[in-house]
Design a protein around this ligand. Structure first.
Ligand SMILES: Cc1cc2nc3c(=O)[nH]c(=O)nc-3n(C[C@H](O)[C@H](O)[C@H](O)COP(=O)(O)OP(=O)(O)OC[C@H]3O[C@@H](n4cnc5c(N)ncnc54)[C@H](O)[C@@H]3O)c2cc1C
Length: 329
């Protein structure tokens, strides 16, 4: 690993000054330090944000939640209010990584973790994300885990975060601070599709720190689930995943939230499927039609074409389960 400087930040001003001077935020380090060891990330200075007073989960007036950026993933998954009001979020967190990793990983770091595309870490391979303009080895190489939605000819790397899929379904808003002030970004707009600049992954400026995530009150979220399909039952990234919340009244869908993971370059809000579901009879046929419409623009390659059917089936199974049994695990 290359030498680097380390700044401990006991307060926000120290942290924002350090980031403004070029330091990279260090959350749990479970992704960043790995990538530094592999010489993919080369920050000169790290600013450790984990001691900042941003470790609370607080109720907002009206029933929403404010989650500090350094709340650990395991803490968030166990939070009583998260479990009762947003079960999809608790389930998504518990489906990610391992207990040890969740104990280290923070909310801010989870949102900004980098892709698991093997070529991103492989210095012998072309990767437009790691080295802009070098090409994309995944296109004709190993792409079983790659995305089928939101891709470009320059990058098909899937976003790996489980938590972000639940958060995008829940209309989460990310609070971001810098020495220039504070702004709020809907999570659905935080991650950028690769286009022709796959190395630019978010709309954040280099001097901006994620300080919190806010969840609006969401009655429908009480009936919600996260379903993850992967090669092993635990400790594996998603092949496909679905975050869903559903309310059915008199046999019709009256409210719905749907997002997909493992299949897209960003945490993917399934807005076309939601549009078709809303007001329609809560039947298997409706669920199937909505899932198919969402996947209609998918662009697959030979090894990941299976994801298109797999995610549609997972959508149908998740919605069926919510319609008949509810969201409790
Ligand atoms: C073996 C293994 C298996 C895993 N399996 C899964 C899985 O199944 N599902 C899943 O979702 N994840 C999985 N992960 C990834 C894990 O969830 C992430 O590594 C973790 O969430 C990152 O959080 P962190 O706090 O450690 O981030 P760090 O590694 O500290 O940081 C990650 C990035 O976020 C930036 N950052 C951190 N905090 C802030 C902030 N407040 N503001 C701005 N930028 C910030 C850092 O600068 C860095 O760029 C796995 C990881 C490993 C090692």
């Amino acid at each position: 690993m290359r030498p680097f400087g380390y700044v401990g930040a006991p307060d926000l001003i120290t942290a924002l000054d350090a980031v403004a001077a070029g330091a990279r935020p260090l959350g749990g380090g479970t992704n960043l330090v790995d990538l530094m060891r592999e010489d993919v990330e080369r920050p000169e200075t790290l600013v450790d944000v984990t001691a900042l007073p941003l470790a609370g989960v607080d109720e907002l007036p009206g029933g929403g939640l404010r989650i500090g950026a350094v709340v650990r993933n395991s803490h968030l998954a166990a939070d009583r209010l998260v479990r009762s009001r947003y079960p999809v979020l608790a389930q998504a967190l518990l489906a990610g990584a391992s207990g040890q990793l969740r104990n280290m990983a923070t909310v801010g770091g989870n949102l900004l973790q980098r892709t698991r595309c093997p070529y991103f870490r492989d210095h012998a391979a072309d990767c437009n994300k790691r080295e802009p303009g070098s090409g994309c080895a995944a296109l004709d190489g190993l792409h079983r885990g790659s995305a089928v939605l939101g891709t470009s000819e320059h990058c098909i790397a899937a976003n790996p975060s489980d938590m972000a899929v639940a958060l995008v379904a829940l209309d989460a808003v990310v609070e971001v601070q810098s020495v220039r002030g504070t702004r709020r970004i809907p999570l659905a707009e935080l991650h950028r599709p690769p286009g022709d600049t796959p190395h630019v992954e978010t709309v954040l400026a280099p001097d901006e720190l994620i300080t919190a995530v806010e969840l609006p009150a969401s009655p429908v979220a009480r009936n919600s689930r996260y379903r993850k399909v992967r090669d092993r039952a635990s400790f594996a990234f998603a092949l496909v995943s679905v975050a869903a919340a559903l309310e059915v009244r008199d046999g019709d869908v009256v409210d719905v939230r749907l997002a997909l993971g493992g299949v897209a370059t960003t945490p993917w809000r399934a807005r076309e499927a939601e549009r078709l579901l809303l007001g329609a009879p809560a039947t298997e046929e409706t669920f199937r039609r909505a899932a198919a419409a969402e996947l209609a623009p998918a662009v697959a390659r030979p090894q990941n074409a299976f994801k298109i059917e797999m995610v549609q089936r997972t959508v149908v199974a998740t919605l069926r389960q919510l319609a008949t049994h509810g969201g409790a695990a």
